[in-house]
Design a protein. Structure first.
Lengths: 348, 348
């Protein structure tokens, strides 16, 4: 006898990227963290918090944080829902919109959590394969007629971004919700925020984990029209965003200058790393994110991954169809990237 | 047409206790916060965290925090699962164990979130009424044969605690999971942690929100045998506990002296407040928690609640059957409690 639901018994949990053992010195290019520190203004707020901020329950709606976001993005504050990371907003969407046997559609490879969250709801995954160019398979997605359709833009692990026009057209063909997951948007040339003004069935997700260097804080948000957010509020954990994340996150989001300056540095390093890998005959997919998807001329991804790991450099190897010859490398500092390319040369 | 599941459309979301407007001066005795500040050692850790702690993803399992808990409670570390508040662990239990039409049983009145979380899962609530003495209706609960049975001990809003023997007997009669929610245990004379050693179907929940004065931090945990926790891991948000909460919480939990000293102060104030209310002819239920359930001789709970609110004192009034003549008052400092009883005298 089991204490768990059948779908839970069957599923394998999501496995987060490897974490180095505490004290271990590694170059960590496997989970797309920003190599630069968060805004000093955010740290100043962290260090100014007193016991009173911790003693009381936080604002259930993280209003102060949402007001800063509303001002920066020029959307009304009630178009924003805050989450304990954007993963939390993904969870809200699935719990509100997907029941047993309801369909969830997305192109693969993409963020594996979409599958995990669908399985938890006992929903049905429709996984449309991307081609080698990672163009959006809009027809297949639209024909899936899903309760929820996910598009990560920029997508992981490909780094591909999709245009407002493409996603607007897709949203118009869907009866269900279109989730545009913009976790990596701070490193892209454009964004799709404008879609939420055009379409009542679109929610755009953002996170402070990447561009704002705050992966440890767990803070993200969704932007959508209030009618869509109303359903998500019902399934939201009452106090999902803690007082520290709300206060520190507000200061970090207000400091757009710091975020943009770091993103520019990452983008310059990305171009250099792409050139260096290309010079080594690697294929590198064009990326709008803070990572590169790459294939060695030998297609020996696992060997390179293991060789680098043995030397203290973590990158991401996905042991799954269509990706087992490729590697995803987070763009680090120029020094880290040089150490990486040097180590690859030694391994080969 | 709706974007949401039918059960979500139908339900009303959980409404957290009222929060004062920022800057408003109130005496807040409505959401069971601890009136004393958290451990200075916890604040020291908060203020020592640097950008590196925020930049990286946190440990998905909050191992450092769990090790401190394991040592203090003398249970193996893999018997502990950490959550973004104990509400998060409640959510994991429901998502892992309860699907559409599965039964969830609990005695009412109790923590309203049990109902909300069941509705989100499209489960079926069996609500067994407590009598006026809030004795555990063990037979009715056992006969409900639920997938998940909740007992809050001490219970809110009654303050009643149940014995290890009572809950052990109940667990033995259940095929499903028994959740013993010990959110308020730090103010009680005993606890039921030993049950997890005796019963594989029991999970005991704890929070740092009350005894440790860290409601703003969102940190709680469950203790159970590893086979039960395995299912919960699958539905856990990947990085549910942020790096700040894990580090600050570990320091706070290690400082048992600080927690116990504050709990003793609260217990002494509770006895005094109970005596003062009784002297005013209020009925006061015996409480093992940091609040008192009380009824005025006139049964005019709403009037007193509104009168106090107008004067800047927040207490909890539940506009629901069986509770509409009663009030729940968080035990504050002696000064706050004296202000409360003084204000009640003026209102009457």
């Amino acid at each position: 006898m089991s204490y768990f639901r059948e779908n839970i018994e069957r599923m394998v949990g999501y496995v987060p990227g490897e974490q180095p053992i505490a004290g271990e010195r590694v170059i960590k290019l496997n989970t797309n963290e920003n190599p630069y520190p968060p805004s000093p203004k955010a740290l100043e707020i962290l260090h100014s918090l007193d016991g009173e901020a911790l003693r009381r329950y936080p604002d259930p709606l993280a209003t102060r944080f949402r007001k800063v976001v509303a001002e920066v993005l020029d959307v009304p504050v009630d178009w924003i829902i805050a989450g304990n990371g954007s993963d939390d907003v993904l969870t809200m969407i699935l719990r509100a919109c997907v029941g047993p046997d309801d369909t969830v559609a997305y192109a693969v490879p993409t963020y594996v959590l979409y599958r995990t969250l669908t399985q938890i709801q006992a929903g049905r995954c429709v996984e449309v394969p991307y081609g080698e160019d990672y163009a959006l398979p809009a027809d297949s997605l639209a024909e899936s007629a899903a309760a929820v359709t996910f598009v990560a833009s920029p997508n992981s692990p490909s780094g591909t971004a999709y245009s407002v026009e493409q996603l607007d057209a897709l949203a118009g063909r869907l009866d269900g919700v279109l989730v545009v997951d913009e976790a990596y948007v701070d490193f892209a040339d454009g964004d799709c925020l404008d879609l939420v003004r055009r379409r009542e069935n679109v929610i755009v997700l953002r996170t402070l984990s990447k561009g704002y260097s705050l992966a440890g804080l767990r803070l993200g948000f969704g932007v959508a029209q209030p009618a869509l957010l109303e359903g998500l509020q019902k399934v939201k954990d009452s106090y999902n965003v803690d007082a520290v994340a709300a206060a520190v996150g507000a200061a970090a989001f207000a400091d757009q200058y710091h975020k943009n300056a770091n993103a520019e540095k990452v983008k310059i390093s990305r171009a250099k790393l792409q050139a260096d890998l290309t010079a080594m005959d690697f294929r590198v997919w064009p990326s709008q994110a803070n990572f590169l998807l790459t294939r060695s001329p030998e297609g020996d991804a696992e060997r390179i991954y293991l060789g680098l790991k043995a030397g203290g450099i973590f990158i991401r190897y996905f042991n799954q169809p269509g990706l087992d010859d490729k590697l995803r490398i987070t763009v680090g500092t120029d020094e880290q990237n040089a150490a990486l390319t040097g180590a690859i040369k030694e391994i080969r």
